[in-house]
Design a binder for this molecule. Structure first.
Ligand code: HPA
Length: 276
């Protein structure tokens, strides 16, 4: 079945239960799904109940597509996402994003947990993604010819400049420190070696993680406006003289998640105002 048909089937399954037309799609990273609690839910679907959706098996990740109102916006939220390290292809990872876009979302707000490469960063700080380096070795547009969309997509302004300024103003307003930087996406699941992190620093990467780049590439291809935010859950390998653990990542994400929720909520409010 073609990609277009699979998207149509998933959209039809959603439409059986809701006529919601979300304007903003939210993809929430590890431990950051709590924002969903603020949503006035109109409808929600477990991924396993939607055709062609894959489910994530990672601890701390639920798999649910939630529709409703958040901070005055009609949103659709992916609570839990798929990762390349679970064996999913870039195309599978980007599929739910394509469905959210087909349902009406023109803007993507995407968050993740990341390791800090930039030595000026501190654990718990938030980073506005200004650009990314896709070092996963894969690309979600590889198989999208059947969608009839161009695959040689310009990525020069993928992280929408106007949304970036809006996020910086929202951070200032809420008093939340928002650093800016380049996100490097890897397949994982092993953490990086200290030598890799030194190499990535010389490339200009500020934070490293195992998500986001595929959804962003697909969203750019669909002409969506994109805002990306990283929570620095740990300093990357070799920065501190201590080993990295997945536990640390989840623990910091839980601790610092509320700040991220405040920030995203304020961004949505300013976005609603700017759209009038
Ligand atoms: N490396 C890769 N992915 C991550 C990290 C890290 O240090 N922290 C959170 N996600």
């Amino acid at each position: 079945m073609s990609l277009v048909d699979r998207i149509e089937e998933a959209v039809a399954a959603v439409r059986v239960q809701t006529s919601a037309v979300p304007r903003v799609a939210l993809i929430l990273g590890s431990g950051l799904g709590g924002l969903v609690r603020g949503i006035e839910v109109q409808a929600s679907f477990d991924y396993c109940d939607l055709p062609h959706f894959k489910t994530s098996g990672v601890r701390g990740h639920v798999g649910r597509l939630v529709f409703g109102q958040l901070a005055g916006q009609e949103v659709v939220c992916m609570q839990g996402r798929l990762h390349p390290y679970e064996g999913y292809t870039p195309e599978e990872i980007a599929f739910p994003l394509r469905v959210m876009q087909a349902l009406g979302a023109e803007t993507l707000i995407i968050t993740n947990a990341a390791g800090g490469i930039n030595l000026d960063f501190k654990v718990g700080e938030k980073m506005l993604i200004t650009d990314h380096i896709n070092f996963t070795g894969g690309n979600p547009l590889t198989f999208s010819e059947d969608q009839g969309a161009p695959v040689f997509v310009d990525m020069s302004y993928a992280y929408t400049p106007a949304l970036r300024s809006l996020a910086l103003s929202a951070a200032e307003k809420t008093g939340i420190v928002l650093k800016e930087g380049i996100y490097l996406g890897l397949r994982g699941p092993s953490f990086e070696t200290p030598a890799e992190i030194r190499a990535f620093r010389s490339w200009g990467a500020d934070a490293v993680g195992m998500s986001t780049v595929h959804e962003v590439i697909a969203a750019a291809a669909l002409g969506m406006q994109i805002l990306g935010l990283s929570l620095i859950t740990n300093m990357a390998a070799g920065v501190l003289d201590q080993p990295l653990t997945g536990e640390e990542v989840f623990a910091t994400a839980r601790l610092a998640a509320s700040d991220m929720e405040v920030l995203v909520t304020e961004i949505l409010l300013s976005f609603a105002r700017s759209e009038g």
